[in-house]
Write a protein of this length. Structure first.
Length: 378
């Protein structure tokens, strides 16, 4: 060490300042606090790191000098499978994904938080008083719409939307909606992409029951609700009856007003089936289009006249009395450049309107539906 006698006055003052600062730091315990803060900071850093797990890169193993023999499957070697593999393959191919047919009680399918007792009491009353201004399939058309040049009695500017008239009836996306055809109340039936069916009693007052809000949710299906058809007394049995199940998707359902025992539905690629309640199975199966059928509608003045629209860009008008199973012939064919999403007859049955993905609305009129006009959508 350097003797204090050899230090200059400046160096001696520096040492005194260092000694004085160390004494002050010791009195304030600054070093101890710094160590504690450093330890606490490292602990917090370890906790945060645990919550964010990162995938570490896998280290490649060094290649060995001796070659390794790889195993190849029987199919890769061009050899037939053994008996065990055949048995497993056959068992998997015979497994059917179709659901068991039969009734499902509405109470068992109910998913709502409140009781559906009030709904079960109100719906039969609705069915006894069908509204004459609604069509058979649940309010697809209402009197007052423009027909043969007659002006509409509804002024669009007078319409308004109130918050109390907005409700989330089902979760997810609404895929179909129908009005219950009745004159004494407003009831809406909604289907979604999760297989739920919801009922909304629009005229229901919250003051009637504390736990009721007019919304009731059911879960009768495992797939998308692609169609809803309502007819009089359809709620009298109070259960969902699964009458048909198949591997192909069902895209639309409809019924004739003069035959409530038969259900018309599109299935698969252009197929149309008629399910008959009296025999408990499909009585008729037709292949009417090359692609899926998106809508089925019947003429209100002549239920034997049916219109179908398809994703292949065509709309057909049929006479059910003269459809040949092997080679069905149409009364009228209307072509679009893209898929036709819907085709519906007017309330009086004198015209047919179609909507297409080509941004065009088609109108077919005339006694024999021989005049076609196209309107560009806005």
């Amino acid at each position: 060490m350097v003797s204090s006698q050899n230090l200059t006055e400046y160096e001696r003052k520096c040492l005194d300042n260092i000694r004085h600062n160390d004494e002050m730091m010791a009195a304030l315990k600054v070093h101890t606090k710094a160590i504690e803060l450093s330890t606490a900071s490292s602990k917090r850093q370890r906790v945060v790191t645990k919550s964010y797990k990162k995938v570490r890169p896998v280290k490649k193993k060094p290649k060995t000098q001796t070659p390794i023999e790889t195993q190849r499957s029987l199919r890769a070697r061009g050899m037939p499978p053994d008996d065990a593999v055949k048995a497993i393959s056959q068992s998997n191919s015979n497994t059917s994904p179709m659901l068991d047919l039969g009734p499902l009680s509405m109470r068992d399918a109910y998913q709502g938080t409140a009781s559906d007792k009030l709904l079960m009491e109100r719906v039969p009353g609705f069915s006894k008083k069908p509204h004459e201004d609604f069509d058979f399939n649940g309010g697809d058309s209402i009197k007052g719409v423009c027909e043969s040049g007659i002006g509409s009695s509804l002024e669009l500017n007078s319409l308004s939307l109130n918050p109390e008239n907005i409700a989330r009836v089902v979760p997810g996306r609404i895929t179909d909606l129908r009005f219950l055809p009745c004159s004494n109340a407003a009831m809406i039936v909604v289907g979604n992409n999760f297989g739920n069916v919801g009922f909304w009693d629009v005229d229901y007052s919250i003051d009637d029951e504390e736990e009721e809000d007019g919304l009731h949710l059911y879960d009768p299906h495992h797939g998308v609700i692609s169609g809803i058809s309502i007819h009089q007394h359809s709620f009298s049995k109070e259960f969902f009856d699964l009458v048909h199940s198949n591997d192909d998707s069902i895209y639309f359902v409809s019924q004739r007003s003069d035959d409530v025992k038969c259900l018309y539905f599109s299935e698969g690629h252009g197929g149309l089936n008629i399910w008959d309640e009296r025999i408990g199975k499909c009585s008729t199966q037709w292949n009417l289009h090359e692609h899926r059928i998106n809508s089925i509608d019947f003429n209100s003045k002549n239920n034997d006249i049916m219109a179908t629209s398809s994703s292949n860009g065509t709309t057909y008008i049929w006479d059910l009395r003269s459809i040949n199973v092997d080679q069905p012939k149409t009364l009228k064919k209307v072509s679009h450049k893209r898929a036709v999403q819907s085709a519906y007859f007017s309330h009086f049955g004198s015209s047919l309107a179609m909507t297409s993905m080509d941004n065009m609305v088609g109108i077919v009129t005339g006694v024999n539906f021989d005049h076609t006009s196209m309107i560009i959508k806005c």
